[in-house]
Structure formats: structure tokens, C-alpha cells
Design a protein. Structure first.
Lengths: 256, 600
């Protein structure tokens, strides 16, 4: 009988009640080429060490729970296959640029606040009654924002972003892309008040289109592109508001 | 010990998925001075609604009618749905869907800007709204983002509710919940409560359901004295990826995908589901026919093909092929891009060039918390909506794309009714409720932290795996008295062993081993209600197929089963309640050409 193949996972461990410093702990895990890193962590928790702590749910890349650093790169662990690392050890750490709650679980309260800050909902002066039917939106109008609506809030882009790490008030790639998503939605009239929030931070202008956020995004949202477009819209807004006061109040034209 | 902290609101919602968020918005909009608590064991956008792919049904097009949607739903349910509830659901569906459109959901569109619809299994007319093939994702995020508008929705994210709190008059006034970050138990109180905690597919080993779908809300209501209704009806979705159980949406068949066996035959034609048209025939796919038959029948056909030796052997068990190649790359990328992404990532198959191996997979629980057509339970002040609830509009088999709409229609309705109850019954005694939450905190510590850590007791994962294997073996697509008895006995044994469970982790902060233990107890309760309800129903109807009782028996079983909890570990008491029939008397359930049009 062939010897069972194994692979080593080095997990970041930190318990706020007992540890003053984080440490790494190694586990030998049976190697299965169909397994993802998340499967291996679950196996450890189920059969070796029930105290290992992580978040997960859907295991199909859409709930956004299981983002971690895998060998230093931000990844959805449900989409990171062991076979891409075997036979070498895999080091798993919590997403960087976030405070750690315990082991592989990070504190996402700050991220949740930033999502709320960009007013990610339809804002209109004139709300139609549902009896009047749907707002019309052509496929071309849908295409204006569809890509930016695909964010699963996995926060990998915050771990990849060089600005997030040292600018606390930077809204960050996902939140800005979400704000931009609503600004580009033909049903929305809230661009002006939303841009005010999005542009409040100097840090946004500090985003230099490095594009690391877009590279790591598992859903191809392209936050970097959204931020560049938002800057351009912000500049127009500024122009309208302060240079041409009579044209104040940006409204969305057809195909904006 | 000191008392747990108490937090006061008008309405408490447990669960932050589609139904819970819709309920929250309904309350927040209609009652701006109300405080609405939303207690969820995960951040709301992680809720399992997020994985729904294909779409949400509502009559919107000129060629469609409310009557047709009702008939499809009732016949799809094998007449076990309550027809007054189905009528309400179908009538409310279009307005709810338009409302969600107004809240920003990115529905796929026609060139003229109106919403696009696609055909779906068991539906005679195409009426399934969709956002490509990430409909649940977009619905959930649109709802969640919309809740951020309302200052009066207070979220308790990552709070695991463990017990309902009832006042002296038997009214539900809140829940005890563990704040995961700290392990602190809190009493989240309100004048009424809505449970929206989703299904319990994790009672089975092979499921499309995420890790969080462990039936916690069902178990909580059950233990508090509400019946679990129609729990024997478990939906197997016919097209999951072998091994992982990842869902390949029914929309892939709605767009024209076909199912073939080992010999390349479209085998559904051999099971009274109509005759196939060529894939290049403009009339393909035909509604209520072949690949667009209902899920229960398609999953049963798979098993029969397997028994006949005509399935395909894969390293992850038997499969058939879902062939999308004739759709072409352009249509696949436009209409079902997530199918391509999932098949490539998780099966190593590009459906543009290769057929996808698929097999039936546990997907949805038709049964749930017994509620009436106002979403109310028998406990005053307690409501339920979404997959955790059983109104019932789904009866013995749910039609694809009705469940997302159900979240909106009944989530909204539950919100309205719970708010009304809160207005009518504003006063309750806080100290009695806090005392119950204190007891719950002490019970949790006593049950899970009293034996020494790593004491060599039972392991959660071991018990869970034995439950899984037994449910699959005894309570799967086809059941009989012997298989169900074995499962019932196994669950009783697992309950005994559960008393000896030992955790490695006795700490407070983010103790997910503790939550896994609590989830396992929910699963045991829910699975027990499923197995015993299935044992008592000695007929075959919809998704409940008894090899020893292969016929439908309307004389004895045109009735909802009601499982009542006794103490942990003992078999539930099973009773029955009548099905409401308004205009559609039980008839033969036929699929194939012209089915669904003959109604007289």
C-alpha cells in the first residue's frame, strides 16, 4: 500500500485571552489534490485541534468569508488548491491590514463602517411607486456599473492595498468601488452627495493606480479602475460646483 | 454570577439573509420610530441567500398570468401547498420584485430596458427574473446595502442566537445570543420576534448548502413548542458537481442545456417527462418538459438510471452529463458565466468544450417552522419567514426560482405583522426574560465547558459524520420503513453520545468549536423531525418517495405533518393538519408537452 501523502500547513495562531504574541503552529494534513486550503484547515479543526479558529461558509467563492494570507498573498482559501503548493508547506495567516481577533479571524468592523459611509443604495428625489413598474435600464446602462456590483466584500483588496495599511481614513478599494457602482447606476441620483464622502479623504488622491487591488480581486471588480473614474467624476463635480456655480448639483445624464 | 446584559428593541429579527433583511426594511420603513434588531451568526452578506444562482419568479410579462404561476406552484408541490398562501404569494410577487428593482438590484434587461425573464423547471411560462447567474448574490447585497439607509436597524453581527425568550403570558419577547467576539451571552429583547435563519441542508453529507445552514432557528422554535411542518420533504437539486456538491444552476437548463446518460441518451424521455426536441429547434427548451421538469422528478430519474447501470462512473461516484456545448461560448458567458467559472475551478471542466458531470445534491428543505398564512407561529409574537418557515407554498416539492421570491414576499409580510404585534402588545417584564437568558448562559457553560478540555469524550466531527451517513443512507431520495427505522435509531444513539461531547476549546473569544457543537444539536433535532415525519408518511408524494408505499394517497395524506418536540433525544410526536384547497383540486401531476394547460 502506498504511503499516504501529506502536506504541512503552518497556521498563524493568536488567542487574545492567553497569548501576548502570535505564533505559528504546524499541522500535517492528508494530501488530496481536490482539496483547497480551506478543506485542510477544516480537517485540522475537525480531527486534530478544535481550537483553530477561522471563518467560512459557502466553499464556492461567493460568500466572501474565507479570505486569508496564503504564503503571503491574499486569497480566498476556498479557491486556493493544495495542488498549487504541494509538496511545499503552506503558511496561512489572517488578512493583513486588519486587527486580528483570534487566529485567522480579523476584525471587520472598520470595513463595515466604510461600506456604510459611501451610501451604497439608490438615492432619488422622485421615488416611483411600484405600481408604475420597473425603472427602465438598458443593457448598455447596466453594463456601466455591473462589474462594480460584483464585489463579495472578501476584503482581499484591503490586504493588497499599499495605502490602506497606513491611512486609517482611506475608504479603501472595495468601498470606493461600491460607491462608484451606485454613481454609475442610471437609476441613481445621489452621485453628488456620494462623491462628497468618497473624495473627503486626501488618501484617495494618494491612490496611485498601483492596481494591486484589481490584481487580487477574485471577482474581477477592478477597484483601481473605479477609483480612477471616481477621481475624474470628482474633478468634474468640483468644477461644476465651484467654478460654474449655476450648473451646480451633478445630475446623471443618459449613459453617464 | 451577574445578570446578562439586556438590549431593548421593538422587533427582534434572528437571521440576516434575504428574508431577515426584507423584514427589517419593512419594519424600518413603516415604523420610523421603531428600533429593529437584526441578530445574525454571520455578517449579513455572508448569509446563504448569496449562493442562489438562477433567479426569482414573478409574473411580469404579457404572455403570463397569475393563474399560471399558481397552478405551476400547486402542481409542482404535488398538491401539498396551501392554495390560499400560494395565491397571496403569486399576487404579491411582482410588486416585491419591482420594489427590489427600485432598491438597485441589477436585473438582467431586455434591449428596451424592461427586465429580462428566463424559463425554469416546472414553470409553464418563462417568468424567472435573473441577474445573470448570481441572482441570490445580487438580491442579498442589494437588500443589505439598502438596510444601511435606515438608522433604526441595529445589527448584532456575529451573534449566535441559542434560545427564544417567552414572557409569563407565553409571548415571544427576544432571544439569548452569544456575541462571538467575546463569548458574552446577551438578552436581545423586543415586543415580537421573527426567525429567518434559513434551512438545514447540513444534516446531509452532500449538499449545496454552506456551512452555516444548520437549522438553528428551526431547532429553537421546535424546542420552544412550535411544530416543524412537512420535514420529510427534502429537495435534491438534480445538478450538483460530484465531490463538492457545488450547485450548477437550473438556469443552465433554462438556457437550453441537456442531460444525457452514459450512452449519450437524453434519458428523461423514458420517465414521462415528454419528448426531446433537437437542441437547435427554436422551440427548445420546452417548458414543463424534459430538462425543464421539476427537481424532484429529475433527481428520481437519476437514481433510476443509476440502478439501471446507465450512469457515468467518476471518482466521486455516479454522475450524468449536463451538456451546454451547443449554447456556445457567447451565450454561456452572457447568461451563465458563474457556471463556467465554477465548473472550471472546481471540476476542471470548461462547459464550452466539455459536458459537466452532475448528480443530485441536497439543496432545500420544503418543511420548516409551522406558520400560518400571516407568517405567525402558534406562539404569540413569534413569526418566521424564508426557508426556515413552512407556510406552505412549497408543499412536497418547491419549484426553482420560487424561494428567492418567497424571501421577499413573506419576509416583508412577517415584518409588517410582527410590527403590528409589537404595537398592540408593548409591555413585558424584563427581569423574567433576563433570568431565562442567565439560565441559558449557565446551561451552555455547564453542558460544554464542565468536562476537562481534551478529556477523550465524543468529537463533534465524528458525530456529525455519522449523522450525515445515516441521513444519506436512510432518508435520501428513496426511503423505506427499514432504512428510516435505522436512521431514527441512529439519531437516538447520537443524542446519547452527544451528552459526552468534549471540546478542545474552553475559552470565550470566538469559540467556533462551541458554535459547531450548538449547530450539531440543531442538526440532530431537525434530522430527527425529518426521519420520523418520513417514517409516518406511508405514501409517496413529491420529493418524499417511499419504495414500500410508491403511490400518492390523498385519502390519508393530503395533509401537513407536524412534528412536536419532546425532550432531547426522544422521538417527536407527529400530528397532521389539513391542506387548504381553494380552486385547484388534487389531480394527476403531468409533465411533457401541453402539461399545465389542462386545468378543468
Amino acid at each position: 500500500m502506498a504511503e499516504t501523502k501529506t502536506i504541512t500547513l503552518e497556521l498563524f495562531r493568536y488567542h487574545p485571552e492567553t497569548d501576548s504574541e502570535p505564533r505559528f503552529q504546524s499541522y500535517e494534513v492528508p494530501y488530496d489534490e481536490d482539496w483547497v486550503v480551506l478543506d485542510a484547515i477544516n480537517w485540522i479543526k475537525d480531527y486534530v485541534d478544535g481550537s483553530v479558529t477561522h471563518r467560512w461558509s459557502c466553499r464556492m467563492g461567493v460568500c466572501g468569508s474565507c479570505g486569508m494570507m496564503v504564503n503571503g498573498e491574499p486569497k480566498l482559501t476556498c479557491a486556493a488548491f493544495l495542488k498549487n503548493y504541494y509538496p511545499f508547506p503552506i503558511k496561512v495567516e489572517p488578512l493583513v491590514n486588519f486587527p486580528v481577533e483570534r487566529d485567522l479571524v480579523v476584525d471587520m468592523e472598520g470595513f463595515m463602517d466604510k461600506l456604510q459611509d459611501v451610501k451604497p443604495y439608490i438615492i432619488r428625489d422622485d421615488v416611483n411607486d411600484t405600481s408604475e413598474g420597473e425603472y427602465l435600464q438598458t443593457p448598455a446602462e447596466l453594463a456601466q456599473y455591473k462589474q462594480y456590483s460584483m464585489c463579495i466584500n472578501c476584503m482581499l483588496c484591503y490586504s493588497a492595498c499599499p495605502v490602506v495599511g497606513h491611512e486609517d481614513d482611506f475608504l479603501g478599494p472595495a468601498a470606493l468601488a461600491l460607491g462608484h457602482r451606485y454613481n454609475k447606476d442610471s437609476r441613481d441620483q445621489g452621485q453628488s452627495e456620494r462623491l462628497e464622502v468618497m473624495l473627503r479623504s486626501e488618501a484617495m488622491w494618494g491612490c496611485t493606480f498601483v492596481g494591486e487591488c484589481t490584481v487580487v480581486c477574485p471577482k474581477h471588480v477592478d477597484p483601481a479602475g473605479a477609483i480612477q473614474q471616481a477621481k475624474a467624476m470628482g474633478a468634474q463635480e468640483y468644477f461644476k460646483r465651484f467654478v460654474m456655480p449655476k450648473g451646480a448639483g451633478a445630475t446623471k445624464g443618459a449613459g453617464a | 454570577m451577574s445578570h446578562v446584559s439586556s438590549h431593548h428593541h421593538d422587533v427582534v429579527i434572528i437571521g440576516g439573509g434575504g428574508a431577515g433583511l426584507r423584514a427589517a426594511i419593512a419594519i424600518a420603513e413603516e415604523n420610523p420610530d421603531f428600533s429593529v434588531a437584526c441578530v445574525s451568526k454571520v455578517y449579513p452578506m455572508r448569509s446563504h441567500t448569496v449562493t442562489a444562482e438562477g433567479g426569482a419568479a414573478a409574473v411580469i410579462k404579457d404572455n403570463d398570468s397569475l393563474e399560471d404561476h399558481i397552478y405551476d406552484t400547486v402542481s409542482g408541490a404535488d398538491w401539498l401547498a396551501d392554495q390560499d398562501a400560494v395565491e397571496y404569494f403569486v399576487n404579491r410577487a411582482p410588486e416585491e420584485m419591482i420594489q427590489l428593482e427600485h432598491w438597485g438590484c441589477p436585473w438582467s434587461r431586455r434591449p428596451d430596458g424592461t427586465v429580462q425573464v428566463r424559463p425554469f423547471g416546472g414553470m409553464k411560462i418563462e417568468r424567472t427574473w435573473f441577474a445573470a447567474d448570481k441572482t441570490g448574490f445580487h438580491m442579498l447585497h442589494s437588500l443589505f446595502q439598502t438596510t444601511l439607509k435606515y438608522g433604526n436597524i441595529v445589527r448584532y453581527d456575529e451573534h449566535f442566537a441559542t434560545k427564544l425568550l417567552l414572557d409569563d403570558e407565553g409571548r415571544c419577547r427576544g432571544c439569548a445570543a452569544i456575541e462571538l467576539r467575546t463569548g458574552t451571552v446577551r438578552a436581545v429583547l423586543g415586543k415580537s420576534v421573527i426567525i429567518c435563519t434559513g434551512g438545514a441542508g447540513k444534516a446531509f453529507p452532500f449538499t449545496t448548502n454552506g456551512a452555516i445552514k444548520t437549522g438553528d432557528g428551526m431547532a429553537m422554535a421546535y424546542r420552544a413548542g412550535v411544530a416543524l411542518k412537512d420535514m420529510e420533504f427534502i429537495q435534491y437539486h438534480p445538478t450538483g458537481l460530484p465531490g463538492t456538491g457545488i450547485l450548477i444552476t437550473e438556469a443552465s437548463r433554462g438556457e437550453g442545456g441537456i442531460l444525457v446518460n452514459r450512452d449519450g441518451r437524453r434519458y428523461l424521455q423514458d420517465y414521462d417527462l415528454g419528448q426531446p426536441l433537437e437542441v437547435d429547434d427554436p422551440r427548445h427548451p420546452q417548458t414543463r418538459t424534459m430538462e425543464l421538469g421539476p427537481r424532484d422528478k429529475l433527481s428520481q430519474c437519476f437514481i433510476k438510471e443509476m440502478w439501471a447501470g446507465r450512469t457515468i462512473k467518476t471518482k466521486d461516484g455516479d454522475a450524468v452529463h449536463l451538456d451546454l456545448r451547443h449554447l456556445g461560448e457567447k451565450k454561456i458567458d452572457k447568461r451563465i458565466p458563474f457556471v463556467r467559472e465554477l465548473a472550471r475551478s472546481y471540476a476542471g471542466i470548461d462547459p464550452v468544450y466539455q459536458p459537466i458531470p452532475v448528480r443530485p445534491v441536497v439543496h432545500y428543505v420544503m418543511g420548516g417552522i409551522d406558520v400560518d398564512s400571516d407568517s405567525a407561529t402558534n406562539i404569540p409574537g413569534l413569526y418566521a419567514a424564508g426557508e426556515c418557515a413552512c407556510v406552505s407554498i412549497n408543499g412536497a416539492n418547491r419549484l426553482g426560482s420560487n424561494s428567492l421570491t418567497e424571501l421577499l414576499v413573506f419576509g416583508g409580510q412577517a415584518g409588517t405583522h410582527a410590527a403590528r404585534f409589537a404595537m398592540d402588545h408593548p409591555d413585558y417584564d424584563v427581569s423574567g426574560l433576563v433570568a431565562q437568558a442567565d439560565d441559558e448562559r449557565d446551561r451552555i457553560r455547564r453542558t460544554y465547558f464542565s468536562s476537562p478540555a481534551k478529556s477523550g469524550g465524543e468529537r463533534i466531527a465524528v458525530l456529525r459524520k455519522e449523522l450525515h451517513d445515516s441521513m444519506e443512507e436512510g432518508a435520501g431520495i428513496y426511503r423505506n420503513a427499514d432504512s428510516l427505522e435505522a436512521t431514527c435509531n441512529k439519531i437516538a444513539e447520537l443524542w446519547e453520545r452527544y451528552a459526552n461531547i468534549a471540546l478542545d476549546d474552553h475559552t470565550n473569544s470566538f469559540n467556533t468549536e462551541l458554535t459547531a457543537a450548538l449547530e450539531l444539536s440543531s442538526l440532530l433535532d431537525v434530522a430527527q423531525s425529518m426521519a420520523h415525519s418520513a417514517m409516518e408518511r406511508t405514501e409517496s408524494r413529491g420529493s418524499h418517495q417511499r419504495l414500500d408505499h410508491p403511490e400518492r394517497n390523498d385519502d390519508d395524506f393530503l395533509a401537513h405533518s407536524l412534528a412536536f418536540h419532546r425532550e432531547d433525544g426522544s422521538a417527536p410526536r407527529i400530528e397532521y393538519s389539513p391542506v387548504t384547497i381553494t380552486k385547484w383540486p388534487p389531480g394527476a401531476r403531468t409533465y411533457g408537452a401541453d402539461s399545465g394547460l389542462k386545468r378543468e
